[in-house]
Design a protein around this ligand. Structure first.
Ligand SMILES: Nc1ncnc2c1ncn2[C@@H]1O[C@H](COP(=O)(O)OP(=O)(O)OP(=O)(O)O)[C@@H](O)[C@H]1O
Ligand SMILES: [Mg+2]
Length: 226
């Protein structure tokens, strides 16, 4: 299997006042094409930091992130944004939907930004929301949806442009157990169905072990697969 994403010896530290915090100390990992991987570790271990670096939202201090075979370290921000837009979808703990737009428009919008026609974007958005059991909710504003429904819209939005990689940061962290399970089902099923790889940070061990592999982040390093 080819790798959709590789992280090679990534270091990242933050200067906070007089403190120098070394968060990632030589992280290397691969996500194979179609593979769904859990990312676990204590609060503050650096999971979100790693996802931001992998998603090209932040730069590592050293080391490289390779997306679909393309090393990104030397690329300027415009090229990085282009790769991110085409190859990567994000899902966050709090849905981050645009509050003044309907569920449907929230899923249409990133497609228009990527150059998809109005008609095709609408059709794709309707299909995705339908698959997620939200066909009766497409005109609702985010504030008119439950937490689980909001997350399902956020998943539809993340995969609308057919990315090759989903990066999800505690996508069920804000939901009760049953709803969290249902949302994770949808995320895993849709990823498999669309052939998308995923790296999913979670504090929930039961959910983590439903994925193909679990990566534990500890003391700034990958402490093996568990
Ligand atoms: N922009 C920043 N400036 C300074 N410190 C930061 C910054 N971003 C993260 N940190 C620090 O890096 C460490 C790792 O943060 P990160 O958010 O990656 O952890 P996490 O594993 O996602 O934790 P959680 O499970 O609580 O979400 C924390 O100690 C945090 O304070
Ligand atoms: Mg985090």
């Amino acid at each position: 299997m080819s790798n959709i994403a590789e992280i090679n010896d990534v270091y990242k530290s933050f200067d906070q006042g007089e403190h120098h915090l070394e968060i990632l100390k030589g992280i290397s990992l691969n996500i194979a094409s179609g593979e769904i991987v859990a990312l676990v570790g204590a609060s503050g271990a650096g999971k979100s930091t790693l996802l931001h670096i992998m998603g090209l939202l932040e730069r590592a201090d050293s080391g490289d992130v390779i997306i679909s075979g393309v090393p990104t370290r030397g690329l300027n921000d415009i090229k990085r944004t282009k790769i991110r837009r085409h190859e990567i979808g994000f899902v966050y703990q709090f849905h981050n939907l645009l509050p003044e737009f309907s569920a449907l428009d929230n899923v249409i919008m990133p497609q228009l930004v990527a150059g998809v026609s109005n008609r095709d974007a609408k059709q794709r958005a309707e299909e995705l929301l339908d698959k997620m059991g939200l066909s009766e909710r497409i005109t609702h504003l985010p504030s008119e949806l439950s937490g689980g429904e909001q997350q399902r819209v956020a998943i539809a939005r993340a995969i609308a442009n057919r990315p090759r990689l989903i990066l999800a940061d505690e996508p069920t962290g804000n939901l009760d157990e049953k709803t969290g399970n249902d949302v994770m089902d949808i995320l895993l099923n849709m990823s498999k169905e669309e052939g998308i790889s995923a790296l999913i940070a979670t504090h929930n061990n039961t959910l983590a072990h439903r994925m193909d592999r679990v990566i534990l982040l500890k003391d700034g390093k990958v402490k093996g697969n568990i």
